[in-house]
Ligand binder design. Structure first.
Ligand SMILES: [Cu+2]
Length: 209
């Protein structure tokens, strides 16, 4: 551990000298890891640069690589350094329809549905969009996003207005796999009765009705 740290951080530390050490200790109470990696987060190549809009900072944005279905999802962290705000809608050039979804669990099944009113961002707080929870659902895809590409998203906030971001596409490896997808195309998600199995040409899920 310490050798790894040294090889990456030794040069800058040499240059900054003792001042930096003193500053660090004073400013962050010894939490020097914070300062050593300001661009932490996603992977090396496709890290998302945080986007600021008024009091809001959007970070860790990513779009799930398509698995061949007609839908995918976008995730991110939205933090407010001031007043509360609400993400009320979103859009993307690659999607014919975009909805803000929540995942609700009833008994042993969970399903996703449109979240009425959008995603609230608390004052001085954070709204987290992540697999298995809140997400921006991209539907009626015009193209299939692949890992390594980027997807343009326009977020519309009640107060901050429209914010454009470009999110990297990542394969959903690791944590929660496709549970959100499955509930979309799969059996547990037929509220309007009209759609079963979202794989094929039945296209646009008519779930908003
Ligand atoms: Cu969804």
């Amino acid at each position: 551990m310490s050798t790894l740290f040294r090889s990456r951080a030794f040069l800058p530390i040499l240059l900054l000298g003792a001042f930096a050490v003193a500053l660090l200790a004073a400013a962050c109470g010894g939490d020097d890891d914070d300062d050593a990696s300001p661009t932490q987060g996603a992977g090396a190549g496709t890290a998302f640069q945080p986007v600021k809009a008024g009091d809001l900072t959007i970070s860790d944005a990513w779009v799930r690589a398509s698995t061949g279905t007609n839908v995918t999802a976008a995730y991110m962290t939205i933090k407010s350094a001031g007043a509360a705000d609400t993400l009320v809608s979103a859009s993307s050039p690659i999607a014919g329809m975009v909805q803000l979804h929540e995942v609700v669990t009833e008994g042993s099944t969970s399903k996703m549905q449109e979240k009425p009113g959008g995603f609230p961002v608390p004052a001085n707080g954070t709204a987290e969009l992540k697999p298995g929870g809140w997400h921006i659902m991209l539907m009626d895809l015009k193209q299939q996003p692949k890992a390594g590409e980027t997807v343009e998203l326009t977020l519309k906030f009640e107060k901050a207005g429209e914010v454009k971001i470009v999110a990297p596409v990542q394969a959903a490896s690791g944590s929660t796999p496709d549970m959100s997808h499955d509930s979309h195309g799969g059996s547990s998600m037929t509220p309007s009765g009209g759609m079963s199995g979202g794989m094929g040409g039945t296209a646009t899920p008519a779930m908003g009705r």
